[in-house]
Write a protein that binds this ligand. Structure first.
Ligand code: ADP
Ligand code: MG
Length: 397
């Protein structure tokens, strides 16, 4: 799939409606708690400004559901962006309307305007063509750098492409290139790691990984459902009973396809998530009736690390334990270190697993940390993402 990028179009003197993903975590005072996503969009914004474009930025923040919510205004985001970009950031207090139109009209090459949280507008998530047209009226070109939203078809990342020439920003391009590399011509052996809490959300990904990967390592709460399918007793662990059949089915398919699907052989258990005092390591088939499996154990880590060391490609979604509590973060940290040390091409995607890898202090040694959660998962499920489809180069079609 060939996509058009900002390098393929002439942006000089143009107004560029640029969809970014500034959906950042905030602290209790409403300030930006983690500016990773804003930093990730800087190369595209800087490039556009240097090329002599005027940049109109649009993003969502949180879930205001089509209504203005004071605490979800992008004011703090604008301040943070201005600080990082070292260029004045003008801000409109509305999504579209007279104020936005006036600001956009006056905007000169080299200037930046940030619209209000696009999800304040009821038309945004409905991909309302009228709203898409209103966005298009502000600019000459559409650039999308919001990979994290690419699995949604909304007005500011999909609809607007009906009315303006579209191209991918640098972050979007990097995400697509790296993810595509894990799906096609990935260096073998391809090793996939899947963790996290919700089995139901991960079944589609594991199914697609059965076709792509030579080895699949499971961990986290999700693995409990698979251990249950093997007939083990899991005490009071998180187990999704309605997914046990799916898990059994996946294990049969793995055997048929000659994919090595590994489950934890030992686990760290405790009587409650915060109860680190009672934490102990037991065999995966010996979880006490009053305890829950909260992390993969050291034996499992050693076995997984050995396979990771020999992998050509590592793809990873979902932490392998309750990494938010130090006592149950050890497995995820050990595996993060193993991935960092391996010479494999490594791609890690998912909000929580990326946070865990950062906590482990090895983020710099990972080939690509994806900024997408749901978008990365859907990409790995083999689905077409609407936010990417609109960037396809139709000429080469
Ligand atoms: P990602 O954001 O990387 O896709 P998920 O959202 O699927 O990951 O899962 C992350 C959550 O899974 C974390 O909050 C973590 O505490 C939880 N988790 C991991 N292992 C377990 C476990 N054994 N029991 C309960 N919850 C777990
Ligand atoms: Mg998550």
């Amino acid at each position: 799939m060939a996509i058009k990028t900002i390098k393929d179009i002439d942006v000089a003197g143009k107004k560029v409606f640029t969809r970014v993903d500034f959906n950042v975590p905030r602290n209790e005072q409403g300030a930006v708690a983690d500016d990773t996503k804003i930093r990730a969009a800087l190369p595209t914004i800087t490039y556009l400004l240097e090329q002599g474009a005027a940049v109109i930025l649009a993003s969502h923040l949180g879930r205001p559901k089509g209504k203005c919510k004071e605490e979800l205004r992008l004011t703090a985001v604008a301040e943070k962006l201005q600080e990082l970009l070292k260029v004045e950031v003008l801000k409109s207090n509305e999504v579209v309307g007279p104020e936005t139109e006036a600001l956009a009209q006056k905007l000169q090459p080299g200037q930046v305007l940030l619209l209000e949280n696009v999800r304040f507008h009821p038309g945004e998530e409905k991909n309302d063509p009228q709203l898409a047209q209103a966005y298009a009226k502000l600019a000459d070109l559409f650039v999308s750098d919001a990979f994290g939203t690419a699995h949604r078809a909304h007005a500011s990342n999909v609809g607007v492409a009906d009315y303006l020439p579209a191209a991918a920003g640098m972050l979007m391009q990097k995400e697509i290139e790296n993810l595509t590399q894990t799906l096609h011509n990935a260096k073998k052996p391809v090793l996939a790691i899947v963790g996290g809490s919700k089995t139901a959300d991960k079944i589609g990904v594991i199914k697609n990984f059965l076709k792509l990967a030579d080895i699949i390592l499971l961990g986290g709460g999700m693995a409990n459902t698979f251990l249950k399918a093997k007939g083990y007793q899991l005490g009071i662990s998180l187990v999704e009973e309605d997914q046990v059949d799916n898990a059994a089915q996946i294990m049969r398919e793995a055997a048929d396809l000659n994919v090595e699907l590994l489950l934890p052989e030992d686990v760290t258990v405790a009587s409650a998530i915060e109860d680190t005092a009672s934490a102990e390591t037991v065999a995966a088939d010996a979880v006490p009736a009053d305890k829950m499996a909260l992390d993969i154990g050291p034996q499992t880590c050693a076995r997984y690390a050995e396979l990771i060391d020999k992998a050509g490609t590592v793809i990873w979604n979902g932490p392998l334990g309750v990494f938010e509590v130090d006592a149950f973060a050890q497995g995820t940290i050990a595996i993060a270190k193993a991935v960092a040390a391996s010479s494999a091409f490594s791609l890690i995607g998912g909000g929580d697993v990326v946070a865990a890898v950062e906590k482990a202090g090895v983020a710099a040694q990972i080939s690509h940390l994806s900024t997408g959660g749901g978008a990365t998962l859907e990409f790995w499920e083999g689905k077409e993402l609407p936010g990417i489809a609109v960037l396809e180069d139709k000429k080469e079609g």
